[in-house]
Design a protein around this ligand. Structure first.
Ligand code: ZN
Length: 277
């Protein structure tokens, strides 16, 4: 099942067709895309009986963020072995956690303003929480996942590293610094949900090309470790870290420029296109 946000309304998506949730459910579920997570189990049950290919054709550029107002947004630093190596940092024993403040969320075809000439790209698998919980076991963790989507953890390295200790949450929370989409895909849609090709490019240039199988703390482990401390809430996002290739650790460094369009994609989910201005 693929769930989207079409100009502010929750939809079920099949290819280029979208079924409006409020209309198809006769008002059982409201139009707000964030609202489906508060009643996720009921929503899934209802959606399983729908045929989104019977919906209206739409243009992908009209899609907004599938989770427009997440209560909490977790970011995980250094969660891929190849990225830890390129950054010349030790493999962490515990996930390194920061937040992207929720106002940084934007859609999959957004224009994002670059606040400086030190802005960097990080394509990431984003986990969306369906059923909330505290102290979730690894065996139960996937039961709490509504779905997966693509994200960009855009980062202003100047702000991120200007203090001691570094200011990850500030450097990664400018408006539009958390594009997500194009849709949320439920876990049952994937052959191997822990091994997905993940890629980011700018024009002909490949910026990042990896697999989520390289995660140091895979999705279930992250949910267990985060929820050991923080109660997870329906509609929360977890940005699960980025593979190798980011601009700040290249020689020479490779930052984003105005006018550039970056394409971020994950196998089985789709692609986002972010225009930097
Ligand atoms: Zn990141």
């Amino acid at each position: 099942m693929r769930v989207g946000n079409l100009e502010g309304r929750a939809v079920l998506v099949d290819g280029d067709r979208a079924l409006d949730v409020e209309r198809a459910s006769g008002g059982q579920f409201g139009p707000n895309p964030q609202g489906v997570f508060d009643r996720w189990d009921q929503f899934r049950g209802w959606a399983a009986g729908q045929d989104p290919s019977a919906g209206e054709p739409f243009e992908v550029e009209r899609l907004g963020p599938p989770v427009p107002r997440p209560p909490q947004v977790f970011g995980i630093g250094l969660n891929y072995r190849d990225h830890a190596e390129e950054a010349d940092l030790e493999i962490p024993d515990e996930p390194m956690v920061f937040t992207k403040f929720p106002s940084s969320v934007t859609g999959p075809y957004a224009e994002v303003q670059l606040p400086s000439d030190r802005c960097d790209f990080e394509v990431e698998l984003v986990v969306v929480i369906g059923r909330g919980g505290h102290r979730i076991s690894p065996e139960q963790a996937w039961e709490h996942v509504a779905g997966l989507t693509v994200g960009q953890d855009l980062s202003d390295r100047r702000v991120q590293f200007r203090g001691k200790p570094p200011q990850f949450s500030m450097g990664k929370s400018f408006p539009g610094f958390a594009p997500i989409g194009p849709v949320l895909v439920t876990p049952d849609e994937f052959g191997d949900r822990d091994r997905l090709a993940i890629r980011c490019s700018s024009g002909e240039e490949t910026l990042q090309d990896g697999t989520t199988a390289d995660m140091i703390f895979p999705v279930a482990e992250l949910i267990t470790r985060l929820s050991a401390i923080v109660r997870l809430l329906p509609g929360d996002l977890i940005f699960t870290g980025t593979p190798a290739g980011v601009g700040a650790v290249r020689d020479p460094r490779r930052y984003l420029s105005p006018g550039e369009v970056i394409v971020s994609g994950i196998e089985g989910i789709g692609q986002m296109r972010t225009t930097l201005v």
